[in-house]
Write a protein that binds this ligand. Sequence first.
Ligand SMILES: [Zn+2]
Length: 374
Amino acid sequence: MNKIQVCTRCVMDTTDRDIVFNEKGICNHCLEFDANVDYRVLRGDKGKIALKAIVEKIKVKGRGKEYDCIVGVSGGVDSTFVAYKCKQLGLRPLAVHLDNGWNSELAVSNIERTLKKLNFDLLTYVLDWREFKDLQLSFLKASTPDGEVPTDHAIFALLLKIAKEKNISYIMNGMNYLTEASTVPSWSYGHGDWQYINYIQKKFGKAKLSKYPHYTTWDLFYMLFVKRLKFVSILNYIDYNKDEAMGLLEKELGWQYYGGKHHESTYTKFFQAFILPFKFSIDKRKIHLSNGIQSGHITRSFALEELKKSIYSEDQLVADKEFVAKKLAISIEKFEEIMSQPPKYYTDYPNSSKKYFLLKRVQYTLRKLGIFHR
Ligand SMILES: [Zn+2]
């Protein structure tokens, strides 16, 4: 096996197949971060002023409507904080939650408790379990690292659908550029690619996806450019500190901490903390820690120490593996057999990545021109 090369500034390495380094050994993720951070993140008064202007627009546009925006909630800290912030700003959101069958009890109770305190309406959409389970299994059988795509795609599709039905023009989200700046397509691709998802299901699945919420690139284009739907990442306009946010939410809304990042869902936890590292040598902590280094929140040596820590305790792993296999209705032997298949990538299957990356570039340009929000 080739020796792994690590970026000299962050902790990203050649486990990202597409990574490139400059002559100083600095990776493309660091360079992209530096090039974009100033227009994606507005700190201090600049952020306050920009956010105030957007909030005014949202209120005007929402006049006479039941809701003026949508906020997607998962029970995690970021999305709960966005809902809290909406209340502070005097917005009238409809909170939307996708139940994919894997939520921890704590996540569900967090959502119910905090929204009750905020006095926001909640719309929970429950996925058809027979279809969804089959789709998750299809992605495991496809042997790509994209096993979280079925959930991510459905969440986004649901938000688009509700925005269209209820004629809502703004979606508030918890994307935080300082900690989630980088996307790594070789680690996870397909969130917006219905052609790819549909192909994987047809090739490996049994169920027909008749109820699963989905959207095409055209649907997205229509919502963005015809219906003028806008996404606002509130956290990019405020001096967001996750630890402080957690303390505040605990105190003000009775929210409870649930463990590591994205561990509000058992499947997400198992997928990120076991399947990705074990089968694909992908450790997603590397990209999050790297964003922390790039934004100056942590040092590189701290990140390297963090990466030495084990992700899973042996007991918890055995228990979660049994739980996941049972819920997907396969035996442990079948699960191990799937895990032993050689890794593949989205590039091994038909997909719309060319169209998708083109749309991303258009979005990037529009953001730079100030036409798209941060
Ligand atoms: Zn780097």
